[in-house]
Design a protein around this ligand. Structure first.
Ligand code: SF4
Length: 348
């Protein structure tokens, strides 16, 4: 880390803290699913791919007994496998069944929604133009629902080379964590090429991605430097860096931890914007705020562009087993009460 001499109390120095930021409902559900599964079934719980794209979360769950694998075949027969929030193709469910694995599906319900759209439009024999990043786990999973009908469009520059079977029967869908503006640019280019292009029934870019981008746009416009807390493989976090720059921030940086911030980045900086990706726990943001406060950026102003109240219930396999266990406990309690009533009856 490069050191610069910064006075501790800086006149005019401030932090703009974006809201909403961080942890979304799909991430909360997926992380909770791993924790509950560890409590319910014991370690190890195998998780196919990082449950969410965040280094800290993955390391924490590893310490608790989760084992992250990239391929289903790595999981020993008879074990429990959990699918990450990004979703998997149907072929992966088949692999798990072949390996006699008990699977728990922690795919975010908003990703599942896109899978269902893909299945529906493939049945109707549409060509599906899936806007998303080639090779991203979510895009691999969604494409696997209808591989013969889906063409991936990785941004506006891809549009020229796209061809379809019937230009009157074509729909676009998208990855959930893209830049809203860039996706619209891609859609406009697709519409210019395929005027009869059908739009999805509802937005595929999820509420968390859109809300975090709206907040960073507002805050970024006033910031000299924007610090985005998130991992480099987190699509929505990387998008926040891009959106901050487009909004007018002089520079924007992605860090997993406060310790990765370089003091040289603060040279000539009055306003630091801070936000975090949808898979980032708030503790990491708090550490960044403390780091900045120690360097004279103690004045924190929240830039709020919306409220979030969405929650998702745990995966159905877990709910079933947790409910069965709760029923068993109630039955055991009733049996115990029955026995104790018998043992204290007047006939004794
Ligand atoms: Fe679901 Fe969106 Fe969160 Fe991804 S970012 S887990 S799609 S809510």
């Amino acid at each position: 880390m490069t050191r610069t001499s910064l006075p501790i109390s800086g006149a005019g120095r401030r932090v703009l803290l974006a809201a909403p930021r961080g942890w979304c409902a799909g991430v909360d559900r997926a992380v909770m699913a791993v924790e509950k599964a560890l409590q319910q079934y014991g370690a190890p719980i195998y998780v196919r791919h990082e449950i969410v794209h965040n280094k800290y979360v993955v390391q924490t769950l590893e310490r608790k007994g989760a084992i992250f694998v990239e391929r289903t075949e790595e999981v020993p027969e008879g074990s429990i496998i959990m699918f990450s929030a990004h979703g998997v193709a149907p072929i992966v469910h088949e692999e798990a069944a072949r390996g006699k694995l008990a699977s728990i599906d922690a795919t975010c319900p908003l990703v599942t929604k896109v899978h269902k759209e893909a299945v529906r439009y493939a049945h109707e024999d549409f060509d599906i133009l899936l806007i998303g990043h080639e090779g991203h786990e979510e895009v691999i999973g969604t494409s696997g629902e209808a591989p013969d009908h889906i063409v991936i469009v990785d941004g506006p520059s891809d549009v020229e080379k796209i061809s379809v079977r019937d230009p009157s029967k074509v729909i676009w869908l998208s990855q959930t964590t893209l830049s809203v503006d860039e996706t619209m640019e891609t859609v406009e280019a697709l519409k210019a090429k395929f005027p009869l292009l059908v739009s999805p029934p509802s937005d595929d870019i999820c509420y968390a991605t859109s809300n975090r981008q709206a907040a960073v746009k507002k805050m970024g416009a006033e910031s000299d430097l924007v610090v985005v807390v998130g991992s480099t493989n987190s699509s929505n976090s990387v998008r926040l860096v891009e959106v901050a720059i487009e909004a007018g921030a002089k520079t924007a940086r992605l860090v997993d931890f406060a310790s990765e911030i370089d003091e040289a980045w603060l040279e000539g900086v009055t306003t630091v914007g801070v936000t975090s990706g949808a898979s980032v726990p708030e503790v990491l943001v708090e550490q960044v705020l403390s780091w900045l406060a120690e360097r004279g950026y103690a004045d924190v102003e929240v830039v709020k562009t919306g409220e979030e109240s969405i929650t998702f219930s745990l995966p159905k396999e877990l709910r079933r087993d947790l409910r069965a266990e709760a029923d068993e406990l109630v039955a055991a309690d009733r049996r115990l009460r029955g026995n104790s009533a018998l043992s204290t009856s007047p006939e004794d």
